[in-house]
Each structure stands twice: as C-alpha cells, then as structure tokens.
Design a protein around this ligand. Structure first.
Ligand SMILES: [Zn+2]
Length: 443
C-alpha cells in the first residue's frame, strides 16, 4: 500500500509511552505505526521530535456576542490561532436557549459561523432556565450532535441561571441518556450582592469570591454522585476548589465528575487586576490569590482537562469602561495553552489535552489518540526548545502571555492528514474544519 503521508523518525506518543517509529497516514486516517520504512507519496522528517495526538480545546468562545460586545476572534482567526497552538479540535457553544423550539435555530446560527474554521469543531448545547422537560431538551440536543449541555448556576438577573431542581433532573438522566451536564458553577446568591454595583477591576475577585465557586462545586458534585450523573465543571479557578474536590470526591473523578481548569488560573493571580492595565486581564471567574494559584498547581491531579475559555477583545474595548460591568469579560489563550501547561508540568499534561477531553465529550477514539483508524490529527512538538512568547495569530491586539518564558514548541499541526501549520507557517484552508456530531457519551 502507498501511504499519503509518512511522518518519519518521530517519538510517537501512545498510551503514555513514546515509540521511536514512523507514523503513516492514508485518507485522513492513521493507517500504520511502524519502525519500518514504508512507501508514501509525501514525507515529513520529525527528527526525534514528539508526535502527539492533536490537542482538543473543550472551551472556546469564538465570535461570542454578549451585551454590546462580540469577542474579536471569529471562527477563522480563532481556529488559525488554535492551530498554531496544536489544537486540531475545539468545542464552542451555542447561545443559551430556554426552550426546545430555539435549539435548532441557535444551532444553525453557530454552524453557519463555524463553517470558516480551519480545524474540526463540535458544539455544546447551552440552556438558560428552560421550561421544557429535561428529557426533551437532552433528546433534541443529542439529535443535533450536542451530547453535552452547558448551564449556568448564576446570572439569574439576566435569566440565564438554571435552578437546582432542573439540574437534578438533568443529572438523573445524564448517564442513561448518554449526555454530559456541563456547569458554570458559581453561587448566585453570593455573586448577586455585587452584580449591579459599581465594582472597580481591582475588586473583581472580591465581588466573585472563591466561596461562591467552592460551595457551588461541592454541592453539584454531591448531586452528581447521588444521581450517578455525568457532570463536567468548567473553568475551575481556585486551588481551594480543586483540593476540596480531591479530598472529598476523588472516587467520583472521571466517573461522575470531571473538572476543567484554564492556563490563566495556573499563571496569573488577582494582583494583575490591581495593576494599571488590570482591565486587560478581566475574566470570569476571576483570578485568585497567589496561595490559591500554588494550591491549584499542587492539586493538578484533580483537573481532568484543560480548556482555555478563549474569549478575547481588543484593548480599546477592555479599557473603555471603569467598572467591571462596563468591561467585556474574557481573555485569549488558545494558542499558548499547551506550552504554558507543559512548561509547568511536563508530559503529564498531554492526556489532559487529548485522550481525557475526547473521552469526556464523546470524541474518542476518533480524536485524542494515535490509534490505527483514528483521524490523523497530529502535532509535531519540540519538547526542549526554550523561548519567549512574542506576538500571536489571534485577531486581538494584545496578548496577556506576551513576554512569558516557556519550554516546548508546536512545530507543525496536521488535521485529518493535511498540514494546517507546517514548520511554523500557516498552510491551512478556510473551511477545512468539519462539524463533529457527538452521539451518546458514557463515562
Ligand atoms: Zn466560557
């Protein structure tokens, strides 16, 4: 057999080990992994660099419109930036809906924007206090390939909060129906006190205190354990939350509960908000104390996946308001997620960007692994090079990680057998990305 592409002389990552082997691709799939030299129409010499499964970012917000703002990366620029970071699949969200009738429309709107993506993508369903029964919302979401349903436990003031009784309904049927309940977990009562107030950026973390996250996560975790549900908590911000979960719910992790965290909570502390340009860093949940950042690093085992919550704006938009409610929330980061986390933790981050995400969200083994028959989504990664982050490919005019020293570099990114980034150059195609329909998910 003649293969389409041979990636020669790499260290191929499979099940926690590195094999000194060649990887062969045919028709967009991984077709062979062998020490032998086989024939291929195109060859790429990886020269002892790592050959990893393409990364999956389960949490991005491209072209997200909230209030008066739209995040500046659309699905083209966002996906290009992602590809430079080794991301070959991302999961975005539909706008929150409160009835079944709105689901298809919200889905179609996002799909029509997402078509421009240069890499593959999936969508999370998103609800806001729906009146329709949980089973029907779940059925319709699954029908559209969105077997993960995101909800907010807060934002009652804008009608986005989904209440506990409904969350309990969802958790109770999540395993049998094969979907995942995805929760933005912050205690609404605690946060409401400050929501309408004029909070300067330096007080953002006090207005959304750790206890709001900690108490809500513990409650939801308990609810999921009780119902044997499938619960995924997004953007855990505090090490205190991660530590508490590890102490109380370690048996549930990976079965009834999965935690996601983001690179910024491992790198930045709440002192950034007090700086002169603190507004550029505003995101929700907020940055935490240095002690919490360190505790998060120490309790990294509680974290099953890394998502970026990538949602950047331009400087002028971030600097235009004085109080947090006048400033769009969110930062970029999809391009540097892996190298930032790799710099801190080394090779044990790989699964949290690949296999774990694919398993959590119904993409395994098509994505997240280098098995024969899996999609040929591959990252060529140089694990040793040390460099300083300078510039990026996002449409945003600033980057919170500018000047950060990191180790390891994404050299090339391959999506279904085609180079999107080759030796640091973009060679991808607008619209190459395909929508990934996700069927039943069983943890
Ligand atoms: Zn988000």
């Amino acid at each position: 057999m003649m293969f389409d592409l041979a990636i020669k002389n790499g260290l191929v990552y499979r099940k926690g080990e590195f094999l000194n082997a060649n990887l062969y691709i045919k028709n967009g799939k991984i077709a062979a992994i062998s020490e032998e030299k086989l024939e291929a129409s195109q060859e790429y010499d990886a020269y002892f660099k790592w050959v990893l499964p393409g990364f999956i970012d389960p949490h991005v917000h491209f072209h997200l419109t909230v209030a008066n703002w739209t995040s500046v990366d659309d699905f083209y620029t966002g996906s290009v930036s992602a590809a430079f970071g080794g991301v070959t699949t991302f999961i975005d969200f539909i706008d929150p809906v409160s009835s079944i009738g709105e689901l298809k429309k919200a889905f179609d709107r996002r799909i029509s924007l997402a078509r421009r993506s240069v890499v593959d993508y999936a969508l999370h369903s998103t609800i806001a206090n729906p009146k329709d029964p949980a089973e029907r919302i779940a059925e319709k979401s699954k029908e559209l390939g969105m077997s993960s349903i995101k909800l907010f436990t807060t934002y009652s003031s804008t009608g986005r909060r989904t209440f506990d009784a409904y969350i309990d309904d969802l958790l109770a049927i999540s395993r049998s129906m094969g979907f995942v309940v995805v929760a933005h977990a912050e205690n609404d009562e605690i946060i409401k006190r400050f929501e309408e107030k004029e909070v300067p950026p330096k007080d953002h973390s006090k207005a959304r205190p750790t206890i709001a996250e900690l108490s809500e996560v513990v409650k939801l975790a308990q609810m999921s354990v009780y119902r044997e549900g499938q619960l995924y908590i997004v953007h855990v911000s505090s090490g205190f939350t991660a530590r508490e979960v590890l102490e109380r719910f370690s048996d549930a992790l990976g079965y009834t509960l999965a935690l996601e965290s983001c690179p910024h909570y491992f790198y930045l502390n709440d002192l950034y908000f007090a700086k002169g340009n603190g507004r550029l860093f505003l995101m929700t949940p907020p940055l935490r104390s240095e002690e919490e950042v360190e505790t998060l690093r120490e309790n990294f085992d509680a974290v099953y996946t890394i998502g970026t919550d990538h949602c950047p704006f331009n400087k002028s938009e971030k600097l235009s308001g004085r109080f947090t409610k006048e400033i769009p929330q969110g930062i970029g980061g999809v391009e540097f997620s892996f190298v930032l986390m790799y710099t801190l933790f080394g090779e044990k981050v790989i699964d949290k960007f690949t296999e774990n995400v694919a398993k959590a969200y119904g993409l395994y083994p098509k994505k997240g692994t280098l098995e024969i028959g899996s999609d040929a989504d591959v990252v060529i990664f140089d694990p040793d090079v040390e460099w300083v982050i300078k510039g990026h490919h996002s449409a945003s005019d600033y980057n919170v990680y500018e000047g950060f020293e990191v180790r390891g570099k994404v050299v090339s990114t391959i999506s279904r057998g085609e180079f999107v980034v080759k030796d640091g150059e973009f060679v991808g195609k607008e619209g190459h990305g395909e929508y990934l329909e996700r069927k039943e998910i069983h943890w």
